[in-house]
Ligand binder design. Structure first.
Ligand SMILES: [Zn+2]
Length: 298
């Protein structure tokens, strides 16, 4: 989806459910965060292409859970971003919700074969005796992923790890949703003068400084990533990353007062116990399903 669609959608959902312009602003900024995984921040363009980090690295449930403990509203914006991306097609890469765990599974059992003569499509078994014990049911279709942007093209057959939907990036549904979300946000502000007034007061207060510093930092990092992607000089993009990082850290420092008075929505005992239980259950199901060299499917 386009960036504008993400911002307006996160904004209107948060405005309607909280009626709070500060939370709305934070969710809007949070919706900028996931696509930073497109900008080759941490890896070389070659590794990026091989590992297919876009729609995986910052679009998954583990990353969102981490962000949840930094700020609930940033996490909500980032979640709504990934939620919308999961409605996009195989060509646009959908969303890899279970990254990095999904990368433990290396192959699919079946491949989708299209026979052009009679137009029939069917699933063909890739291998009777796969070397890996755990597989996903099938592979991404090479025909469809060949249509992806050059840096998102898969160079080999990969298991079906992502969630896909029917909407293509930047096409009719995307454009409609941007327009609909924007108009609903305006309608909400017009019909709720308290929301609009609180928004105006927010803009004129010092509370606006930390989120604006964060937004400036994220935009600078995007610009640095764009320079890197387009092979501009190294000094140029590094400067953007460093200055952007400075703004992001400043935002965190300025928010320290807010963080110290912030109450986590989940008790730490629940989180710790939940992590242990989920891990043990996962291990148990894996061991039982693959006992005695059996092949299992996710
Ligand atoms: Zn995205």
């Amino acid at each position: 989806m386009n960036l504008g669609t993400h911002i307006f959608f996160a904004g209107v959902v948060t405005a309607i459910f909280t009626g709070n312009p500060y939370f709305t602003l934070l969710a809007g900024i949070g919706s900028f965060i996931p696509d930073l995984d497109r900008e080759y921040l941490l890896v070389s363009p070659k590794a990026f292409c091989e590992e297919q980090f876009h729609r995986a690295l910052f679009h998954n449930l583990l990353f969102l859970s981490g962000l949840f403990f930094v700020n609930v509203w940033l996490a909500l914006g980032a979640f709504l971003h990934s939620f919308l991306d999961s409605f996009t097609t195989e060509k646009d890469k959908g969303v890899e919700w279970l990254f990095p765990f999904s990368r433990l599974v290396k192959r699919g059992r079946y491949t989708l074969a299209a026979k052009s003569k009679d137009g029939a499509c069917k699933l063909e078994l890739v291998d009777q005796n796969p070397p890996d014990r755990v597989c996903f049911i099938n592979e991404d279709s090479p025909e469809t992923t060949q249509l992806s942007d050059p840096d998102l093209k898969e160079s080999r057959a990969v298991p079906w790890r992502r969630t896909y939907g029917p909407a293509a990036n930047g096409q009719m549904f995307d454009r409609w949703l941007a327009l609909a979300s924007f108009s609903m946000l305006i309608l909400y502000a017009v019909l709720n003068p308290g929301f609009a007034m609180a928004g105006k007061n927010l803009i004129l207060s010092t509370r606006i400084i930390p989120p604006m510093s964060l937004l400036t930092g994220i935009v600078l990092v995007y610009l640095g990533g764009w320079l890197k992607k387009n092979n501009r000089n190294r000094k140029g993009y590094l400067t953007f990353f460093v200055v952007g990082g400075f703004f992001i850290i400043s935002s965190a420092v300025l928010s320290v007062g807010g963080v110290s008075s912030y109450v986590f929505p989940l008790g730490p005992a629940f989180v710790a116990a939940a992590c242990v239980i989920l891990f043990v259950e996962g291990l148990f199901v894996w061991r039982v399903s693959t006992r005695g060299g059996r092949k299992a499917m996710v």
